[in-house]
Design a protein around this ligand. Structure first.
Ligand code: HEM
Length: 237
């Protein structure tokens, strides 16, 4: 089933009978499959609530207002080479000493595509960070870079960065859809965020909604805004 309307999307995302499609639970400890079986993103019910709390507790110690200038400064220091900046700024704020393994682990995190490279990256991350921090870095990495990339594709000189981000999130969301399983029938449901966001009178659903929305919209926006400010002020183009 495909959900395209804003009201239907909100109802479904608030209904505990719809859960993220379950992931395999038998992965060897320290692998990508094992990681996916242990994070909030792919769990449901009480387990989800407990894991989500660990993540939001950790996030509560990271002040979004400090991420924006840090992302701006780092983008400048790197002469506009912004890839990796959001992840590195967030890692520093979380006290994670290095992020080399994040891209390879992030590539399999949402898709579930397993590979020796992804497993090695997860093993490397587990040496430097705990599960809540790893969850935050992997969730942040791809989504925030996609947001910046999409915003840049729409940017014009002199744009107000906050307005540009809001428009991008509403009109050209970098995450196009999310999926749920109907626990009664086993049917899979896809929520089309692009279609649901078309109703311009209502807030966008790009950061999710209901039982398990993104816990970090302010952090994501701060990181993206800092990078975009550095790029769009003209000195690195
Ligand atoms: C600092 C950057 C970010 C962090 C730390 C972060 C973190 C997270 C975490 C931990 C979850 C899982 C929540 C749970 O299991 O209950 C999540 C979910 C989600 N995030 Fe983010 N995120 C970031 C950036 C973004 C961006 C840029 C977008 C969109 C453009 C986004 C969209 C979402 C959505 C839609 C979900 C919910 C998925 C669903 O309900 O199926 N996130 N995020």
């Amino acid at each position: 089933m495909l959900i395209t309307r804003h009201s239907q999307a909100r109802a479904l995302l608030s209904d505990s009978r719809y859960v993220p499609p379950p992931v395999r639970q038998d992965g060897r400890e320290g692998t990508l499959a094992w990681l996916r079986a242990h994070v909030s993103r792919f769990s449901s019910g009480q387990t989800h609530a407990e894991r989500r709390r660990l993540v939001t507790d950790r996030l509560a110690h990271v002040n979004p207002a400090e991420l924006r200038p840090a992302a701006r400064a780092m983008t400048g220091e790197r002469d506009g080479d912004w890839r990796g900046v959001p992840t590195d700024v967030l890692a520093a704020a979380l006290g994670v000493p290095q992020t080399r393994a994040v891209p390879a682990a992030a590539s399999g995190y949402l898709s579930g595509e397993e590979s020796p490279q992804a497993d090695a990256a997860v093993a490397e991350l587990l040496k430097v960070a705990d599960l809540p921090a790893i969850t935050l870095l992997l969730q942040a990495h791809t989504a925030t870079e996609a947001l910046i990339e999409t915003a840049l594709s729409h940017a014009a000189p002199g744009d107000d960065v906050d307005a540009l981000l809001h428009e991008t999130l509403t009109l050209d969301p970098p995450l196009k859809a999310t999926r749920r399983l109907d626990t009664r029938t086993g049917d899979e449901v896809t929520i089309d965020l692009v279609a649901a966001n078309r109703d311009a009178d209502l807030p966008h659903l790009t950061f999710g909604y209901g039982l398990r929305p993104c816990p970090a919209p302010d952090h994501a926006l701060a990181l993206a805004a800092g990078v975009l400010e550095a790029l769009l002020d003209g000195s690195h183009r």
